[in-house]
Ligand binder design. Structure first.
Ligand SMILES: Nc1ncnc2c1ncn2[C@@H]1O[C@H](COP(=O)(O)OP(=O)(O)OP(=O)(O)O)[C@@H](O)[C@H]1O
Ligand SMILES: [Mg+2]
Length: 281
């Protein structure tokens, strides 16, 4: 579990994160969503210690990571896997060398043992046998999977993914999302995913933190999103008229009630008097 407590971060006097708190549990996909520039990446970087917050604390399984120094901090860092925005693979290294990199940094394992582990994670992301390829020879979806393999190679307890779907088509995105979800469950990891992909939210969002201009505007589950009356969240998630209609239909299905913020007659072409009341047959 990761606890974010009242985080504030500014750059050169400009506040970009303010009063953000959240509890992100193990075995679930915790999503940070929000428009471009809302502070998702900065928040994630504060969580993993790449940025030092001006105020507030980050706790990993109850331990105050923010207050830690030296060895203790390194120990937590070893338990964190990261998939950076844009994959961040080393272009001059092969897939195998890229994935082996954290193993060489943090373990004293033999080459044979490291290679076995590399092959294990490559199998896990369905990329068996691509060891000798260079990043430039891979498709966008393959690069993301290699980056995911590298992020999990040390068996992390905590997995951070910054925009794992950016630049991918919807189907490939779903493959990546499902892989992240499966791995999270399989290893009971606390997974934190930054995204502005509506499909990801609905596919894997166990807990969702919606950021708006550096602040937490809303939090809840993907089911809560369907019923949320937060206007900023709704216009962000259900940006198109089509998706707004889909949300309203889903609400009607679940509750039998017509959402009051929309004119259902307009949507369905029905008049109120056409609708049969329950038991009126
Ligand atoms: N190193 C930095 N120095 C100064 N300002 C920064 C730095 N990193 C981010 N910012 C600012 O912080 C704000 C939040 O940026 P951030 O990268 O967290 O947004 P984001 O929500 O991840 O956006 P995107 O969806 O485009 O990735 C932006 O206004 C950005 O300009
Ligand atoms: Mg970002």
């Amino acid at each position: 579990m990761i606890e974010v407590k009242n985080i504030k971060k500014s750059f050169d006097g400009r506040v970009v994160i303010e009063e953000v708190s959240a509890v992100m549990k193990a075995g679930q996909c915790n999503l940070i969503i929000g428009a471009s520039g809302s502070g998702k990446t900065v928040l994630q970087k504060c969580m993993v210690g790449l940025f030092e917050p001006d105020f507030g604390e980050i706790l990993y399984n109850g331990q105050n990571f923010t207050a830690m120094k030296g060895e203790a901090k390194t120990e937590i860092r070893k338990e964190i896997g990261m998939l950076f925005q844009g994959s961040a693979l080393f272009d001059s290294l092969t897939v195998e060398e890229n994935i082996m990199f954290p193993l060489s940094m943090f373990t004293r394992d033999t080459h044979k043992k490291k290679l076995d582990r590399v092959n294990e994670v490559l199998d896990r992301v369905n990329l068996t046998g691509v060891n000798r390829k260079y990043p430039a020879e891979l498709s966008g979806g393959m690069k993301k999977r290699v980056a995911l393999a590298r992020a999990i190679v040390l068996n992390p307890k905590y997995l951070f993914c910054d925009e794992p779907n950016s630049g991918l088509d919807p189907q490939t995105s779903m493959v990546i999302d499902r892989l992240i979800k499966e791995i999270t469950l399989e290893f009971n990891m606390t997974t934190v995913v930054n995204t502005h992909d509506m499909n990801s939210v609905m596919e894997i969002g166990d807990y969702i933190l919606y950021m708006y201009q550096g602040r937490k505007e809303w939090e809840g589950s993907k089911k809560d999103i369907i019923f949320s009356k937060n206007e900023r969240l709704n216009s962000f998630i259900f940006a198109s008229e089509f998706l707004q209609d889909a949300k309203d239909m889903r609400m009607l299905e679940e509750t039998g009630r017509i959402p009051n913020h929309r004119n259902m007659d307009e949507m369905t072409g029905y008049r109120e008097t056409d609708r049969k009341q329950p038991g009126s047959e």
